[in-house]
Design a protein around this ligand. Sequence first.
Ligand SMILES: [Zn+2]
Length: 69
Amino acid sequence: MTMRTFRYFVCPNQHRGEEKTSENDQHFSGKWDVDVTGMRGNGKDSLGYEMYLCILCGEPMTITTRPAP
Ligand SMILES: [Zn+2]
């Protein structure tokens, strides 16, 4: 059984981004596969969370509870 987690992001210009995290079947390896669309990684913040920039305008993405329409 593979677990998937979706997180949705939006930039100040209302561009949408999405992060899909899938638990690897071999979860003893502790590896997670992360698919990112609409944005690119920008390192981690001071709490260790991933940070993303919009691929269209380069603004920082903020997490949102609403999926893209
Ligand atoms: Zn944008």
